[in-house]
Ligand binder design. Structure first.
Ligand SMILES: [Zn+2]
Ligand SMILES: [Zn+2]
Length: 154
């Protein structure tokens, strides 16, 4: 559920250019790795995937910070402790996250419709709400099934 790769890269180029940033081979490698991943990737995971490109961990941190600053990625809590990065709209369809308290996995939640809630919150607090990223906590489908059929494995 994402836009075409070529379209995504053109959009990245635009975003970078708008901030007078260049599209470097390193930035492109990181972007492609994120585009190909179905789940958020931490910097150590990116380092592993991009080992052949020889990207160091500090370089990767700088790149994901730039991406997050210009709205290309956002940080997501993974496994209750580490931070992963994933592409935002329009690179990916909008979704929120459920952090499973049973197994720690992060589940993407689609079909979110918080438009009215955002507008209401903005009005009530005299703010302008532009976007949201919601982290819900609970049990994933598998843990829910395990719970209804017996005790949790851990
Ligand atoms: Zn779970
Ligand atoms: Zn949402």
């Amino acid at each position: 559920m994402s836009i075409q790769d070529s379209e995504a890269e053109a959009l990245l180029r635009q975003r970078l250019q708008a901030q007078e940033l260049r599209i470097t081979p390193n930035r492109l490698s990181v972007f492609r790795a994120l585009l190909q991943s179905a789940r958020p990737l931490s910097v150590p995971e990116l380092a592993q995937r991009l080992q052949a490109d020889g990207l160091s961990v500090p370089t990767l941190y700088r790149i994901v910070e730039v991406f997050s600053a210009i709205g290309v990625t956002h940080p997501v809590l993974v496994d209750h402790q580490s931070v992963g990065y994933e592409l935002r709209e329009p690179f990916r369809t909008h979704h929120d996250h459920l952090v499973c308290s049973g197994c720690g996995r992060v589940v993407d939640l689609y079909n979110c419709d918080l438009t009215d809630v955002m507008a209401q919150l903005g009005r009530d607090n005299q703010c302008r709400v532009n976007f949201h990223q919601v982290e819900l906590h609970g049990l994933c489908a598998e843990c829910t099934a395990a719970k209804t059929s017996g005790p949790l494995p851990r």
